[in-house]
Structures are given as structure tokens and as C-alpha cells.
Design a protein around this ligand. Sequence first.
Ligand code: DOR
Ligand code: ZN
Length: 407
Amino acid sequence: MAVITGAEIFIDGALQRLDVAFDEKIRAIGRNLEGEERIDCSGKIVLPGVIDVHVHVRDLEQSHKEDWASLGRAALSGGVTTVFAMPNTQPPLDSVERVRDYRRRAQASSLNAYVYGAITRENLQNLEELAPHVDAFKLYLGETTGQLVISDKKLHREIFKIIAQTEKILTVHAQRGGDPTDVTRHEADDILYVLDLAAAYETKLHLAHVTTQRAVEAILEAKKSKIDVSFETCPHYLYFTAKDREERGAWLKMNPPLATEEDREFLWWALGKGLIDIIATDHAPHTIEEKSVGYERAPAGVPGVEFLLPLLFDAVNADKISLARLVEVCCLNPAKRFGLPKGEIAVGLDADLVVVDPDIKKTIAREAVQSKCGWSPYEGLTLRGWPVMVVVRGRLQKKSSVRSSLK
Ligand code: DOR
Ligand code: ZN
């Protein structure tokens, strides 16, 4: 058994000066706990490990962009201990065999890895068979990386019906593709269309990467009825707008595109009010070379998994949001929604922890990026509050820079 001592632990919605004892599960929380290994974390804050429900790990034929090993390094260095891997890989995760193989590959990462199943025209009849092997399903309604778009409305109805029967969560990329301004303008309509389908078939719906005030308001309205819906937004929609895209071009090209300054401000407001369920990164790595060919030709997507926690912890330090809110959208809510035995520091749950030094101030530099894609849209940003150690189901993943501070 290991014991973390001397730190402020986030328990029951607040920081408390207690010890935490754990093997692969959290075994005890209290004062003066005993254990063979004692880890002095004085001056640090301990949070539940971050759960990122939207990550493109790539691997397979696109392992030059990212693979499970590099994704693991990026995630752990940012305090993310659990990821949900998207199925728009090359080839896609559309069969039992491919999902099994992907899970095997995930072991190269030391992360808790959950895997999405792809929905294609070809595998519609096999979704029931695929269901026990996946952790959720993903449906693409708008054109983006991969060839998984389904635009036939009759098929949409069939899919919502089949997935409802599997009782899995259906995560939907609802936003159409095309001209960015157009996509932003129609986001709420596209989401209303999907909400209607979820209502009709009683499908458990999760809406990926929501960017606008109107869309959030439509979802909040739907929550008042019986629709079983949750949604996420991403750090890039909190930090950038369409104006930034005009300046930085392909480096801020992603689907759905960046929205307006009003939308960005609304998202911060909604986050503060507890109206946003989940923040996920939509970590979508493409290499520097691939991104360097001009806006039109460059692939859509930006990496983000390693800076999710630092970006939000900095917002806590700046009094933009509370620490409780951060833990809600990054740990508690994702765990609750996807039914994981984690997401909070409580006896009996998985020992997934992240130790944060709230005072470390660092500027994000390209050289320090762990993702294989080798760049970040947040380069140059100075943030206060960085993870110094993570625990994944009881296993310590120390960072070399940390050891000294842990004695
Ligand atoms: O910008 C995006 N990139 N949006 C998506 O939906 C897919 C992702 C990717 O896989 O590159
Ligand atoms: Zn995505």
C-alpha cells in the first residue's frame, strides 16, 4: 500500500489536509495513515485523475501522427489518466476484431483506455454484435477526418434505434461540414435534429464539441424534457475564436470550427454556472508538415490532451472558475456519464490521481510537447499550476522533474 501525505486532497467538493492510502483502489482517507511507501506531497494538491472522453489516438496506419505510446506520454504529463479513443482511425474501429486489436495496442500507454466503436453503412447490421466490445458508439453527421460520415436520414433513424437497444451511449458529431461561418451559424439546428432523434428512440446521447451559445441553450432546454443527453465543449473553444483562425489559419482549423467571441464568453459563463457537463479535448494530432500546407488543404484538428488540466487549473488560479467546477467537468461528470468506477477520491474507487503543484508557472514551448505531432495551439501561453505526478490504478507515473520535490 502507498500513502500520499502532506497534500491538500480534493474530497467531497473541497480541499482537505488528509492522507490517501491506495493500491489499485483507494483504500483509506484519513490522518496518519500507514503504508510501505510514503509519498510526501507537501504543498501540492491532489485531484482525481482527469478523464478525457474525446481523444484521437490514431495509431494503426496513422501512427506517424500519434500512437498509443506517445499519446500515453502526452496524457500522463498533463494529468490525464483515462481516455476514450475515437474510432475514425485508419482503418476505422468498425469490427470486433479491430476493437480488440486496438485495446491490445492501448497497453503501450499505461492509461485507462476506453474505446469507441465506429458506425458505418457497412456495419449497421453488426452493431449489436459489436456493442459488448465497445465502451460507446460514435456517429459522424458532418464531414471530417476519416470516411465515417453518414448523411442518409433514414439511416440516422435506424442507427438511433439500434444503439438505444444496446444501451450504450451514442456520441454524435452533429455539426455539418463546410464553410466555417456557415457551420457555426447552423450548429444549433444540427443539434436540434439530433435531439429529436434521441427523444424519438430514447437513445442515450452525448454531443461532442459544442461551440455556440444557441446550441448549449437548445441542449439545456432538451434536458428539461426526458431526453437523456449530455454534452462537451473543448478548451480551444474557450481560448480561441474565428478571429484567431483568420490570423493563424490551418493551425486553428478544426471541426467544428471556432465560433464567435460572444460564444466563447458564453462558454466560460456557462462553465462557471455549472451548465457544461464535460470538457474534453478532441485531441486531434496532425503533424507540423501536414498542417503547413495552407488552410484549405490542411487536415482539421488540433492536439490538446496534455494541456487540458494546466489550462483549466490556470483558470482556477485566476479565479475564473472554482476548483470544484474543474473537477466536475474533467473527472466527476465524465465518470458518472460513462459509468466508470473513478472520477473522485473516495474509498473503493480506482486509484487514479493527479498531484498538482499549484504554483509552478510554465510557458508552453514546442520543444516540450509530448504528443508525436510535435506542436500545440497553446504555444507561448504561460500557465500557473502543473501536474507533477500521476497515479494510474495505483501505479505511480513520476515525472523526472518531480522526484526531488517528492522526498
Ligand atoms: O477537427 C477535427 N479533427 N474534428 C473531428 O471531428 C475529427 C478530428 C480528426 O480526427 O482529425
Ligand atoms: Zn473528434
